[in-house]
Design a protein around this ligand. Structure first.
Ligand code: NAD
Length: 386
């Protein structure tokens, strides 16, 4: 079986789906590895390092012609996916719940789509394959650094001959994997950290990191399925935004990480809340992307300053800005999943396996993953996320 590693083409994407060390691991397991020339460049993995690990360096055309499984970080460009042939597999973060129509188009062409974001998150044997977790960890770490870098004061309490600086007050909204890593990093930088999530069970994790958990009186617990949050009702959403605004105004740096699977990120910080913040405050919106964000007015991949002097940073893809660490972790996830799915030197699709039932989105001409199939049954055109 030949595994082909694509060079990413999304602007700003510096990660690579497989690093030389993991290419060597797949080779040792009897798989051939083809790497598109320059695929690892953005993360400082040279073609020569892949070649030393036993991979063949090829052009994009050769890769698409020869690979049995094409691996990438996220959905490749249309000209690449359009060149995939029946029986070939594509493994990446494909977000089928956000764009089910794309999954349907791959199914129609007989391509097997394997999406890392479909992995069951709470299954212990799947932890080593969990790319959402590995990338959220990297991104949460970087979010605290980005917030600190844009803030015009210190994060720690500093007592010097020239005076005393009070520590920065940091608020983290959403305390899943990324939020907890942001809390830990901001604490290590010396900030005083508070945090909030609609899943009250995260309180103990927040407190164990030395941060204060904020409880809202107007919104009850909103845990959904699989350890995720559920979407709030319109009334809950408004109550949450209004109550959060008071907390937001009392903080110097706000980092937002809230997500609900397959939906637009919830808006947590309104324009009114931003207006009540002091000049010099910073908001890092990790939800910022094509579907919107957690913060009113934040622009994906851009830094803007509001009229009242609040810096808004749209930072939806921070993992790509720590490319070597993020790629190394992603590559471990990819190789664990691939080795789990390979038998006798080929992909052995088995939808009775809980892991495969989550990640295999299309196979043998059909959309086979339950959640994606359900969305398409509701809306065969596969309209965008609610
Ligand atoms: P996520 O990226 O889907 O969301 C980030 C956070 O935003 C979540 O904590 C969520 O509760 C919160 N959120 C959503 N809507 C909100 C709102 N309106 N207001 C405030 N907060 C809101 O989450 P994630 O980091 O991917 O984690 C999802 C779950 O998976 C968690 O329960 C995590 O513990 C679990 N998980 C388990 C394992 C494991 O058991 N091995 C591994 C990874 C993740």
């Amino acid at each position: 079986m030949k595994v082909g590693v694509l060079k990413e083409t999304t602007p700003g994407e510096r990660r690579v789906a497989l690093v030389p060390e993991m290419a060597g691991k797949l080779r040792a397991a009897g798989l051939d590895v083809l790497v598109q020339s320059g695929a690892g460049e953005g993360a400082w993995f040279a073609d020569s390092a892949y070649a030393e690990a036993g991979a063949s360096i090829v052009s994009a055309e050769e890769l698409l012609a020869d690979a049995d499984v094409v691996v990438a970080i996220s959905r490749p460009a249309d000209r690449v996916t359009g060149a995939l042939r029946p029986g070939q597999a594509l493994l990446a973060m494909l977000n089928p719940l956000v764009d089910p129509a794309f999954a349907a188009s791959l199914a129609a062409r007989g391509v097997t789509a394997i999406s890392l974001d479909g992995l069951p998150r709470t299954l212990p044997r799947a932890q080593g394959m969990d790319a959402l977790t590995s990338q959220a960890n990297v991104a949460g770490y970087k979010a605290a650094l980005v917030g600190a870098a844009a803030f015009g004061r210190f994060f720690p309490l500093l007592i010097t001959a020239a005076g005393t600086a009070r520590p920065a007050k940091v608020l983290v909204l959403g305390t899943g994997v990324a939020g907890l890593q942001a809390i830990g990093t901001a604490k290590r930088l010396g900030a005083v950290v508070s945090a909030y999530d609609v899943r009250p069970q995260t309180r103990t994790e927040v407190e164990s990191l030395g941060a204060t958990f904020i409880e809202l009186t107007s919104v009850g617990p909103a845990a959904g399925e699989g350890g995720y949050a559920r979407a709030l009702t319109e009334d809950e959403r408004q109550a949450q935004q209004a109550e959060l605004a008071g907390h937001i105004a009392r903080h110097d740096v706000v980092i937002t990480t809230a997500q609900v699977p397959g939906r637009r990120p919830p808006l947590l910080v309104t324009g009114e809340a931003i207006k009540a913040m002091a000049a010099g405050s910073v908001i890092v919106d990790m939800g910022a992307g094509p579907l919107g964000g957690n913060v009113s007015g934040s622009v994906p991949d851009a830094e803007t300053v509001t009229e009242n002097g609040v810096t808004l940073i749209g930072a939806g893809n921070l993992a790509a800005t720590v490319p070597a660490a993020a790629s190394a972790a992603f590559a471990r996830n990819v190789s664990s999943l691939l080795l789990h799915m390979v038998a006798d030197g080929r992909l052995a699709i088995d939808l009775s396996d809980e892991i495969q039932a989550g990640v295999v989105i299309t196979h043998d001409g059909a959309v086979v993953q339950a959640a994606t199939a359900a969305l398409l049954a509701e809306d065969p055109t596969g309209g965008t996320a609610p």
